[in-house]
Design a protein around this ligand. Sequence first.
Ligand code: HEC
Length: 160
Amino acid sequence: MNRKFLLTISAMISLLVIRCGSGTQKENQDDKTAANNTDTVVISQGTNSKGIGRFKEVKLTHPLDEGMISGAQPIYNAKCIACHKLTNEKLVGPGWRGITDRRAPEWVMNFITNTQVMLDKDLAAQSDLVTCIVRMPNQDLTDEQARQMLEFMRKNDGKN
Ligand code: HEC
């Protein structure tokens, strides 16, 4: 990679970081609720929402499944790290710290495997969209890999 390319990339990333601010999320959500008040819009509120997709009931294990976590680490490094930090700081997408407290396990797995539908229809996902100018691309993970990512996020949140 040459220097000019790197500079361009880092300029783009700083721009994204600036645009991907938090702050008015609640207000945005209220606006959206008013604007999209139709039957087709699923209103997601915190951990009650399971999102949209095939995961209706995810069984969590206690203690955490270390095998799943080690399966998830290389996926994170290859496919998620460019956009998601493990802290609560936004990069291109929201930081993952606390995600297992704000989202139901089913929501997380549906989001990972059914990203475009969730972004189009799920209001909670859309409120992220308002503050992030980049739309999360499909990551083509299998159901098993999505489950591994959930376990990885639980570990990152200090769950046991
Ligand atoms: C190109 C950047 C990009 C990559 C790569 C990416 N994401 Fe995302 N992700 C986003 C953005 C941006 C959002 C916020 C929703 C939106 O605006 O699309 C998001 C949102 C999420 C959310 C919801 C977060 C929340 O707090 O509601 C989850 C879960 C998630 N991503 C998982 C993953 C996983 C797992 C991977 C890797 C397999 C991944 N993402 C890779 C950009 C990315």
